[in-house]
Design a protein around this ligand. Structure first.
Ligand code: LM2
Ligand code: CA
Length: 483
């Protein structure tokens, strides 16, 4: 479950939070494929609750009603078509799998028309009955391991994953997705499931579809475990089951770019900071939960609301060798942090999700933020691809908030996060002699840089200039011979 299943040379995935399947298919073809993305994390594709109070919150998708592929993002047919088109565009699909629980209170029908009734714990579309759930207790003490794993998380009916029938129903769901061509899973709420139960479910999985993957290929799995140290359940209990989310990374990178500690310290971020081993960690600057104060959120998390710091933080993450990286692509909510944290995706009057539209510059409109299309972020995806496997070298810092480093001889980045204080220095870049384009301030067009050009001399040294006022973009350089 550790092999990322990316098409070779691709290293970054993007979470297209709440996007419709038809839009994701188009995005694979027109942007993600050409720009070198490995894949997309998609929102839960299974049937879910329809919540009307508050009105259609994003989180209704974390309340499953069945494993039919009928959701707010579209139909089974649309999902299957997306997976095919994305695979054809060299872009993989990773499904957000909600398998710890079903919905919370009430009764009615889900987005696929299946009946559910939480009074007698029946979910006709699976089917599950009261026999398939754990004891009717609530999690209120996170120091009690049994409670965290066997009781209800915020009132959500907790599945009895020790039961063979339940394991098989979940495996059937995941195998259905595998047969359609998905490449792996982001598994929700793993802290609330026993590692042994998860292992038993994964052991029932088929290899990936041979139309797109080699025979016997296992799905790539990243298990979501919120562990910032000090709790009774640790992320390392899950590393034999695939990669595991590293939430300490969000906090530390957020603090650094908010100037709560100096950037120069970031050089060693990773294992040396008690984080997971690099080849076991899934890292990100923010996710759909912590960007709005849910699931491990807090005032240190950087989001699109702080675009300057956010771009630097994402660029740093993509340039630094630690972990497997995921980029967030959000939808806006109206008011500042902490309020309207429940807002669903941009929607038409009939509550269907809006189609993603683009302006002349290729930036998104209508409440879709599309951080992954911001030039500073998109170009760093290519940087990570060319830097893959190369060591961090040629480190520079000014003792404070200016840093620079290379990835072997393939790529070089400089970041200036000083409040006042331009970076203007000759720095070793590790790069071969020649002229290069800074891919943050521009790109290579017809043999010329539309942004800053950087000249590397015969000793590998270049004069690097970044004003502390630059916003956007954050100038920096990457391998890209000007010719
Ligand atoms: C996750 N990871 O472990 C997801 O990333 C996260 O988004 C999910 O919570 C959570 N686990 C369960 O899958 C979200 C959201 C919650 C929301 C739940 C269920 O962060 O706020 O809870 O989905 O939709 C909501 C209400 C909560 C209520 C609950 C049940 O906010 O107050 O609890 O529904 O009605 C009584
Ligand atoms: Ca559980």
């Amino acid at each position: 479950y550790h092999d990322d299943t990316c098409v070779s040379g691709r290293t970054v995935i993007v979470h297209l939070f709440d996007w419709k399947w038809t839009d994701i298919a188009a995005e694979c073809e027109r942007f993600l494929g050409p720009k070198g993305f490995c894949g997309v994390q998609v929102s839960p594709p299974n049937e879910h609750l329809v919540i009307t109070s508050p009105h259609r919150p994003w989180y209704e998708r974390y309340q499953p009603v069945s494993y039919k592929l009928e959701s707010r993002s579209g139909t089974r047919g649309q999902f299957a078509d997306m997976v095919k088109r994305c695979n054809a565009a060299q872009v993989r699909i990773y499904v957000d799998a909600v398998i710890n629980h079903m919905s919370a209170s009430g009764h009615g029908v889900g987005t696929g028309g299946s009946a559910y009734n939480t009074m007698n714990m029946s979910y006709a579309g699976v089917p599950y009955s009261a026999l398939d759930f754990n004891y009717n207790c609530e999690i209120n003490n996170y120091n009690d391991i049994n409670q965290v794993r066997n009781c209800k998380l915020v009132g959500l009916q907790d599945l009895a994953l020790s039961k063979r029938y339940v394991r098989e129903k979940i495996a059937d769901y995941l195998n259905d997705l595998i047969s359609l061509g998905v490449a792996g899973f982001r598994v929700d709420a793993c802290k609330h499931m026993w590692p042994g139960d998860i292992e038993a479910i994964y052991s029932l999985l088929q290899p990936l579809n041979i139309t797109w993957f080699g025979p016997g290929t296992k799905p790539f799995v990243f298990n979501e475990v919120i562990d910032k140290g000090g709790g009774v359940i640790s992320a390392s209990e899950y590393t034999h089951l695939g990669r595991v989310t590293e939430f300490r990374f969000c906090d530390e990178v957020g603090k650094a770019f908010r100037r709560q500690f100096m950037l120069k310290n970031l050089r060693t971020i990773g294992e040396a900071w008690a984080m997971l081993p690099s080849d076991k960690a899934l890292v990100f600057v923010d996710n759909h939960d912590n960007q709005r104060g849910h699931g491990g959120g807090g005032s240190t998390i950087l989001t699109f609301h702080n675009p300057r710091e956010y771009k630097m933080a994402v660029a740093f993450m993509l340039a630094h060798p630690y972990g497997f990286t995921r980029i967030m692509s959000s939808h806006v909510w109206n008011i500042s942090h902490g309020q309207q944290d429940w807002m669903g995706p941009p929607s038409y009057d009939n509550d269907t999700t809006k189609t993603v539209t683009l302006d002349n510059e290729g930036q998104c409109l209508d409440g879709w933020v599309c951080e992954h299309r911001w030039p500073a972020i998109a170009s760093m995806v290519k940087f990570r691809n060319v830097a893959d496997g190369q060591p961090l070298e040629n480190w520079f810092d000014n003792g404070f908030d200016q840093i620079a480093f290379s990835r072997g001889r393939n790529a070089f980045i400089a970041i200036n996060n000083e409040v006042v204080g331009d970076l203007h220095r000759e720095l070793p870049t590790g790069m071969a002699t020649g002229s290069y384009c800074d891919v943050i301030s521009g790109e290579l067009v017809n043999g010329e840089c539309t942004g800053q050009a950087v000249h590397v001399d015969q000793d590998g040294v270049a004069l690097i200039t970044i004003s502390s006022l630059s916003n956007p973009p954050i100038p920096m350089t990457e391998e890209k011979p000007k010719k």
